[in-house]
Design a protein around this ligand. Sequence first.
Ligand SMILES: [Fe+2]
Ligand SMILES: [Fe+2]
Length: 220
Amino acid sequence: MRIYLKDVKNSEKVKIYIKKADDYLGEIGYTEHGFRHVGITADLAFKILEKAGFPKREVELAAIAGWMHDMGNFLGRENHPQNGAILAMRVLEEMSGDMNEIVAVGGAIANHEEPSGIATNPITAAVVLADKADVHRSRVRNSNPATFDIHDRVNFAVVKSSIFVDQEKKEISLNLNIDTKICQVMEFFEIFLTRMVMCRKAASVLDYEFRLEVNKTKLS
Ligand SMILES: [Fe+2]
Ligand SMILES: [Fe+2]
């Protein structure tokens, strides 16, 4: 059976996993990883592959993996990509999905995070790029700036984040507007360096160059 993003969104199990993962991360002081974040990740993964001209079915699978990518967090942060992949594959098997597609989605989820994740195919690459592009102040739950950790500061500093796929130039650009009163550029890079390396590798899987622009200055 062909499974679509709307089927996965309607799954009661998936809803519970996402809610519990976000609750767990909230309890341990992490930024928002709930329906807002997975919705943006699914949407961006879809748009990236679609704009880069990949087949429709691959585009849909990237969106499905984007929606399910963080739901393993309620089993612990450290192995959340692998745990989430197993959970997602179980759900998709119960929905009678095609085994090759299920494995593709599972592989993308398992490989979405640094340092252990490696994008080796377009579906994974799209999820990595979409996930890392969702950096925004609305993800910060801590309402007291005096107690912000570096993740809170970096996210809170980002007032606008957008990703563009330029088919002609073969470039995928992440453009961020950051408020340097909240977060110094150096601090920003402390968090972003490994992410950007991962994004560059992911873009190269799609045969694109990755560009990062912060406050209208091209940094890569
Ligand atoms: Fe994650
Ligand atoms: Fe994520």
